[in-house]
Ligand binder design. Structure first.
Ligand code: ZN
Length: 260
């Protein structure tokens, strides 16, 4: 079979063919490079998160070992510094994404000053920042809650029944208040990786609650908090935060059990 003769390649036929291709956008600026840089920036976010987890852990360690409050407060400063970095990074990513989005829509003929546009958008976002925002950072809020819980737990262990009192009970029968809180309402087992629901304050085993919420959402249904008596009926995985203080309390209890 003879193929039809190809038309001579001229500038007009090339652009003509391009225009006829369905779904093909008009020649525009390539944003691959921007996309790559954005994904590296998003990696930085993971480092900030890790940093905040470590700072939280250090603060809890300090508290647990009875260090004076100035040292714990210095970890709070570190947390706020991380929160600032997190906010800057988010706003910068936001500014870049916004600019790229606008350029993709407008499709300007000439390559604009992308850097300048991003900066403009970034400065606009930053101008609305306040110090109060930093204190609303999820991980900072979690940090404060963990410290408060730890303070309570330390307080409780000082006033509550001491270890010798425990030994008088049959271990299987004695279910203390603290042990009840260590039990996941879904698995009915002691938690290993407890997470706390920011909305209602209940805690569950991480894997179990995540599976439960996912199952319900797959069925297009709302997930109700499994804790008896809780009326929170629309749980979200994003509302779950690691409960480091509780995790430690469980670990400490198990270490003490192991020693006996
Ligand atoms: Zn609940």
């Amino acid at each position: 079979m003879a193929s039809p003769p190809s038309p001579p390649l001229t500038r007009s036929t090339v652009t003509g063919n391009l225009c006829k291709m369905p779904g093909r956008p008009a020649p525009s600026i390539s944003f691959n490079c921007v996309d790559n840089s954005l994904s590296s920036l998003k990696n930085c976010q993971a480092y900030i998160n890790t940093g905040m987890e470590i700072a939280t852990s250090v603060a809890l360690d300090l508290l647990e070992n009875g260090c004076d409050t100035t040292e714990v407060t210095s970890m709070e400063t570190v947390m706020l510094e991380y929160a600032t970095m997190d906010r800057d990074l988010n706003q910068y990513i936001h500014a870049v994404e916004d600019t790229v989005h606008k350029l993709k829509q407008d499709q300007p003929e000439q390559i604009p000053d992308i850097k300048g546009l991003v900066k403009e958008s970034f400065v606009a976002l930053q101008s609305k920042n306040t110090d109060m925002d930093l204190r609303k950072n999820d991980r900072f809020v979690n940090f404060k809650e963990q410290l408060r819980d730890m303070r309570q737990q330390i307080g409780l262990s000082q006033d509550g029944p001491d270890e010798t009192a425990f030994e008088e009970y049959d271990e299987d029968v004695a279910v203390t208040q603290s042990q009840i809180n260590f039990i996941c309402p879904i698995t009915q087992m002691e938690m290993i990786n407890p997470v706390k629901n920011k909305v209602c304050g209940h805690t569950y085993e991480k894997d179990a609650i995540e599976r439960m919420i996912q199952n319900r959402h797959q069925k297009k249904k709302k997930a109700r908090c499994p804790k008896v008596g809780c009326d929170h009926s629309d749980m979200k995985i994003t509302d779950l935060v690691p409960d480091t203080a509780l995790k430690r309390a469980i670990e400490i209890q198990n270490k003490q059990k192991g020693r006996r």
